[in-house]
Design a protein around this ligand. Sequence first.
Ligand code: FBP
Length: 552
Amino acid sequence: MERSPLQNARYSYEPKLPPVLRDTLTNITVQLGEPTEATSDQSGLKQAFPLTYGAPIASFTPADSTRDIKPLKVGVVLSGGQAPGGHNVIVGLLDALKSANSESRLYGFLGGPGGILENQVIELTPKFVEEYRNTGGFDMIGSGRTKIETEEQFDTSLQVCTKRELDAVVIIGGDDSNTNAALLAEYFRSKDADVRVIGVPKTIDRDLKNEYIETSFGFDTATKTYAELIGNIARDASSARKYWHFIKLMGRSASHIALECALQTHPNGCIISEEVAEKQQTLDDLVDRIVEQVVTRSKNGEDFGVFLVPEGLIEFIPEMKGMISELNRILAHDAAYFQTLHTYEDQSEWINRKLSRDASHVFSSLPNEIQRQLLMDRDPHGNVQVSRIETEKLLIDMVESRLNEMKATGRFNGKFSAMRHFFGYEGRCAFPSNFDADYCYTLGYTACALIANGLTGYVTSVQNLARPAQEWEPAGVPLTMFMNLEQRAGQLKPVIRKALVELSDTPFRTFAAHRAEWEVKTSYRFPGAIQYYGPPEVCDKPTLTLEMEHSS
Ligand code: FBP
């Protein structure tokens, strides 16, 4: 395969590590703090995790003398959607293992957690990983969305890991995968198996985030990729002055991606799903506001604009949320019967009979295409696959028909010509930005340091991320700290709480303070492409979201 000049150059990029991890791991000691608590549901969580609940936070300091680290055998798995930097976590883990003891070995489970259950493994040697250094994608070992959550799956995992004599498994994934990592760690301990389980926080969506996980990896590169494209589109819009661009942005639930892109590019509008839910805004409310804005800009001679729509929006609009959760329940319950209905007409007639009156009313009010999309296959959690719902098209159609009515009665004399885009997959496998390359490599090193110190049920954490890498503080934080109990399929289950956009935090408040101006006055900001080489203020700058959270 022919390599691009950038690909060749990235192979020799040396990711920055915080000072404590720069030397070999034989030179550091782990400091264990006080026992920890979850922020809520402590007694329920203690029951669910009798052996691993409340472990102390682990931090690292340079040791006075070196110590021997025995050869370790570690398995690693990538779980869920791709996020830039995944390869560097694995490369960092391998480099750290080898620096601690050259006899250590790393194995990659293929195709995601399913690879553990099916015992599909390859050895990741230094030579093998070489061509993945600082590259995007998860193609080194593949990923998947199989969940390891049942007793039987835990048992199979244990058998596979013990047969392979693994000292540890590193699970690189989002909130669900890290929840399952915590359960797996507890299960292994309950069987007296010394197979440690360490989680690494991944997802472009950034909804795995808390006091100790300042950001999940991949968000930095993905948002920079989308922001570049949005800036380019904004410049095209203000050059051609004839199109309104509606851009849907990934983010399964949380609107962190849309918010960061709005802060980076100053579009004419950006919906934040969390605000829609908080203010109980209806679809009509959202359309009203866009129409008003189109009319105002048109009066100013600007029949163009850029509007951002978060992918998860539909599930945050109150009337849609209720309807979708009824749909999910019905489709999960009657999945077999639903499979026998082959035409959309039959499906829609059947579902309308099953839905409550209100939900059926909302469902029927939607265009056929959207109804079809809502009836498509569910994800492994039984949820609608929001990336396949054309919310941006729904908004365009509704705005267009409202403007046509206004035109007919002389209340709008301008033009409204809309283009639509969806940015999601474009950003998930980009070459990791320097931030993600450095952060991920550090996460890999940190995972190794936790394993070498015998810890299990931890997630890797790096703090002070808005500062240069030499000020970063790597640590291990017990996963039970981030758990709470939530209803899942009628049962209370321990899960890691999803981190949505906080409307009281600086990033949203900054956006809210400026949006009225951006709505009317063309104020685009052009972030340009990710820069990998050049001054640190251009190449190593983290996201505005992270900077703003740190400055407040
Ligand atoms: P993860 O949470 O697994 O990292 O995936 C996030 C995401 O990229 C969402 O933004 C998007 O809705 C979803 O994956 C798309 O999933 P798929 O890759 O299965 O189409």
